[in-house]
Design a protein around this ligand. Structure first.
Ligand code: TYC
Length: 102
């Protein structure tokens, strides 16, 4: 059949691909100075977490050094990072937030 021959001879299969935009992990980094309550507040306020969830993620960052706090489109991830950095800057906390392609 047409198509079969090329696939066999060339060893190529074309797989139908659904277009998905790349997603970005937003990472929160630990430091020795930012108060735990401030981090919990940021997670509740900007990442729509419950108080219990926010405490859990904050403690993960505290113990492990970093945690993913959400996965978003590029534009939303950039906005979240900027919002975290601005809140931290306003309170003069050294809290760091970055993004990374999934
Ligand atoms: N390590 C900080 C402290 O002991 C708390 C903290 C948690 C800071 C998470 C930043 O992303 C962070 N006060």
């Amino acid at each position: 059949r047409p198509g079969d021959r090329d696939e066999v001879e060339l060893g190529v299969k074309t797989r139908p691909r659904t277009q998905r935009p790349p997603m970005y992990k937003v990472l929160l980094l630990n430091d020795d100075f930012t108060p735990m309550e401030f981090v919990v507040h940021v997670l509740e306020r900007l990442f729509n977490m419950s108080h219990a969830q926010a405490i859990e993620i904050m403690l993960t960052v505290h113990r492990k050094g970093v945690a993913v706090v959400g996965v978003f489109s590029h534009e939303i991830a950039e906005t979240k990072v900027a919002q975290v950095m601005e809140l931290a800057r306003r309170q003069q906390h050294p809290l760091q937030c970055t993004m990374e392609k999934e």
